[in-house]
Design a protein around this ligand. Structure first.
Ligand code: DC
Length: 223
């Protein structure tokens, strides 16, 4: 089965690059961050504090945060407890809840299992933080996509400005560094480059150049 595993820190352009690479290869893209966001949303919808590890674990154990994905015209639809939450998971609130629930082993076990099942059924490009290390350690193509914290903060600032928002570079850089620290210092399945993953540093690459760099690695793997 063709699986392509991509890990990397926040703001490296993983999701958009992964989407485009998968589209050009004619395979599905599984955004695993969306699944953690969906659990975060299920938790806050149930009136539970995402930092309350015991209550979150209890909710998962009784099946109250059941996440699934399906595809419509090649686009990922994320469901929690049967409800489509594809739009709602993009809020800041869901992102914050996701970063808290993603620290918990019960949540990770539940989602890793589901991600492995999905990747077994069809060729997929899967992106996240622990895909090369935990979810698909035997994937024929493994990539660590990153960029310097400064380059990621600059991109984020431009995105916000394009949307007409006010953006403070120093504040964004501090946030990027804090998210890196959180993802990389987590006790369970922290973000790190797998030994056999190829590094793609997109600091000095534009979107198309990054897509091409990933496609070249897929081609070189002869899968
Ligand atoms: O990539 P994202 O911002 O949508 O991810 C949301 C959160 O989920 C983020 O805090 C990192 C976490 N995450 C994770 O722990 N493991 C993954 N495979 C994907 C995301």
């Amino acid at each position: 089965m063709l699986s392509i595993a991509i890990d990397g820190p926040v703001g490296a352009g993983k999701s958009s690059v992964a989407d485009e690479v998968a589209r050009r290869l004619g395979i599905l893209h599984l955004d695993t961050g969306a699944m953690y966001r969906a659990v975060g949303l299920a938790v806050t919808d149930a009136g539970i504090d995402p930092a309350d590890a015991g209550a979150v674990a209890a909710l998962c154990e009784k099946g109250g945060a059941h996440v699934d994905v399906r595809y419509e015209n090649g686009r990922q639809i994320t469901l929690v407890n049967g409800r489509d939450v594809t739009g709602r998971i993009r809020t800041q609130e869901a992102g914050t809840a996701a970063s808290q629930v993603s620290k918990l082993p019960q949540v990770r076990r539940m989602l890793v299992r589901r991600q492995q099942e999905l990747a077994k059924q069809q060729p997929m490009l899967v992106d996240g933080r622990d895909i090369c290390t935990v979810v698909l350690p035997d994937a024929p193509v493994k990539i660590y996509l990153t960029a310097s914290a400064e380059a990621r903060a600059l991109r984020r600032m431009k995105q916000l400005e394009e949307k007409g928002g006010q953006a403070d570079y120093d504040a964004i850089l501090t946030e990027v560094n804090a998210r890196d620290h959180q993802d990389m210092s987590r006790a369970v399945d922290p973000l790190r480059q797998a030994e056999d993953a190829t590094l793609v540093d997109s600091s000095d690459l534009d979107f198309e150049q990054t897509v091409q760099a990933v496609l070249r690695l897929v081609e070189a793997a002869h899968v």
